[in-house]
Design a protein around this ligand. Structure first.
Ligand SMILES: Cc1cc2nc3c(=O)[nH]c(=O)nc-3n(C[C@H](O)[C@H](O)[C@H](O)COP(=O)(O)OP(=O)(O)OC[C@H]3O[C@@H](n4cnc5c(N)ncnc54)[C@H](O)[C@@H]3O)c2cc1C
Length: 508
């Protein structure tokens, strides 16, 4: 037993950014000792799917100050980069405006380091352990929740947090499911070893033109390939560039940034008045209002980013104001446009790809894929339809890389754990159909419509409720907001009886 009394047990399923930020923020804020276990099959807790990237050209899509694991200390990651000499190893990370867009692999190191640094917290006796295992199901325990793992363990805890993040990319129509196993098709572009295996002479089709496509094309271009790369997406929208200064509010943020700007203040700000003129709000009304606001800021000599970010930063408060039918309309009609402005290109990748494009090695085209069929010698024939019925064409490729983004609808299909939680009524799919229903404090709302304070969901699986809990700084802020309620729940939860010593599961 801890010298501070019996520790309340918290199990976090998923050791990516969301799970790591949850554990670290809990440890720092809790007056009570906590015994936290992060269940994550990867080698370390922290990097997750998003930041396990080993490719040196795969960078964060925002500056260091927007990636702190601690929302109330925006300079935390910047200082880590300085103390770990990241920029000496990677001078290319620093953009023209002085902001740094570091490698995602280095960021993963930072997250793992942050978890390790909080693994023993002498002030309260709190602990974090990493169990390398996969969660498979839940059962009610005595005064607790029992998590069952693939490795046969049963973990009882007073609170369980679902932080399972993003589903893996999956081939979309018109790809037949069987093509996932075709040797020339890369369904999951995050498997960068497969990218390295593409013949330099190969004709490559990249499907999708968002940030993942930019990553993939950067990798291909850096490898010095002479073979042509075609990047096709339905509307041909590409990630927009960073704001001219790269910092919120327009001021330059020099990298030595212990004094970095505070994104949390912006995230906690109010929904801007230009969105509140219409009740109930409609998607069409919001688009019109946002466009007008962007024209206004541009007339004042500022970039569109300022108007857009006034919405983005408080989207967690604005999204729930939209009726469910309007939310679904957004997902069908506007999401691609929103994403192109929301997920901005790291300047290094943007420059690399535009340079290759200017030299003719890379070609972007707006076209819909009508059909993909295997052809001779391992090649694939792709039927394209140009926008507006302008015509059809057929091209052959030696390799196809799927960069259509994360298939949120596949979350349940891809995760037996989440599917079992829905089947057993612990969770229910939200009205927008892209995540799980939760209340303002991320407590799960089950099939019986009851709020379950002992079961929390954080990060991307709450997108249906909060709109855009997808970027690191928004997830960190989401956890910061729900923390007081989670800690109050833990304080009143019955301590485990008889108290058992906490056994670290991995040697931090
Ligand atoms: C390729 C990529 C790049 C990105 N780049 C950026 C960026 O530069 N900046 C930014 O702000 N945002 C970025 N994002 C957005 C991203 O959503 C968040 O930043 C953040 O990483 C989400 O963290 P997460 O922990 O919720 O999810 P993930 O990173 O997906 O991690 C979830 C973890 O849960 C584990 N898990 C799942 N199911 C189980 C189970 N049953 N049992 C145990 N463990 C399980 C998985 O193994 C995984 O490690 C990126 C996303 C992706 C996919």
């Amino acid at each position: 037993m801890s010298e501070h009394g019996a520790a309340r047990r918290v199990t976090i399923v998923g050791g990516g950014f969301s799970g790591a930020s949850m554990a670290v923020q809990l440890v720092r804020a809790s007056p009570l000792p906590l015994a936290i276990t992060i269940v994550e099959p990867r080698e370390s807790a922290g990097p997750g799917l998003a930041y396990s990237a080993a490719d040196p050209d795969h960078r964060l899509n925002g500056p260091t100050w927007s990636h702190s694991i601690l929302p109330d200390d925006a300079g935390h990651f910047t200082r880590w980069c300085e103390s770990h000499s990241i920029l000496l190893r990677d001078p290319e990370a620093v953009a023209a405006d002085g902001n740094a867009f570091v490698r995602r692999g280095d960021y993963g190191e930072y997250l793992a380091d942050a978890v390790r640094a909080h693994a023993r917290w002498p002030a309260t006796g709190s602990r974090i352990a990493h169990l390398r295992d996969r969660a498979v199901g839940l059962a009610p325990g005595r005064e607790s929740i029992a998590l069952h793992t693939a490795g046969g363990r049963v973990l009882e805890s007073e609170m369980l947090v679902v932080a399972t993040g993003n589903p893996l990319p999956r081939l979309q129509a018109p790809f037949a499911r069987a093509l996932a196993d075709h040797p020339s098709v890369i369904e999951n572009p995050l498997e960068t070893t497969r990218l390295a295996g593409i013949d330099p002479q190969a004709r490559v089709l990249v499907v999708g033109s968002g940030l993942t496509a930019l990553d993939v094309v950067s990798t291909l271009v850096r490898a010095g390939r002479p073979g042509p790369v075609v990047v096709a997406s339905r509307r041909g929208l590409r990630p927009r560039p960073q704001p001219p200064s790269g910092s919120p509010g327009g001021g330059a943020s020099p990298l030595p940034g212990a004094d970095a700007p505070v994104p949390l203040e912006r995230i906690m700000g109010s929904v801007p008045g230009f969105l509140l003129r219409e009740a109930p709000p409609t998607l069409r009304g919001w688009v019109r209002a946002l466009r007008a606001r962007i024209r206004e800021v541009e007339a004042q000599g500022e970039s569109w980013h300022r108007g857009f970010d006034e919405l983005r930063d408080v989207v967690w408060q604005a999204w729930p104001l939209l009726p469910a039918a309007e939310q679904r309309r957004f997902l069908r009609r506007m999401r691609v446009w929103y994403d192109a402005h929301r997920f901005r290109a790291p300047p290094q990748n943007d420059a690399l790809v535009r340079d290759a494009e200017a030299r003719g090695g890379v070609r972007f085209r707006a076209a819909r894929l009508r059909a993909v069929e295997p052809s001779v010698g391992g090649a694939l024939r792709v039927h394209f339809a140009d926008p507006g019925g302008a015509g059809e064409s057929v091209e052959s490729f030696d390799a196809i890389v799927n960069c259509t983004g994360l298939d949120v609808a596949a979350r349940l299909r891809a995760s037996p754990f989440l599917a079992s939680l829905v089947d057993d009524g612990w969770l229910r799919v939200d009205d927008a159909g892209i995540g799980f229903a939760v209340d303002a404090n991320c407590s799960a709302i089950g099939a019986d419509a009851r709020v379950r304070s002992a079961l929390r969901v954080v990060g991307p699986p709450t997108a249906g409720t909060f709109g855009d809990p997808l970027g690191a700084m928004f997830i960190a802020a989401q956890i910061w907001r729900m923390l007081p309620d989670a800690l109050a729940f833990l304080a009143q939860a019955q301590a485990p009886s008889p108290p058992r010593p906490f056994q670290p599961l991995s040697p931090f």
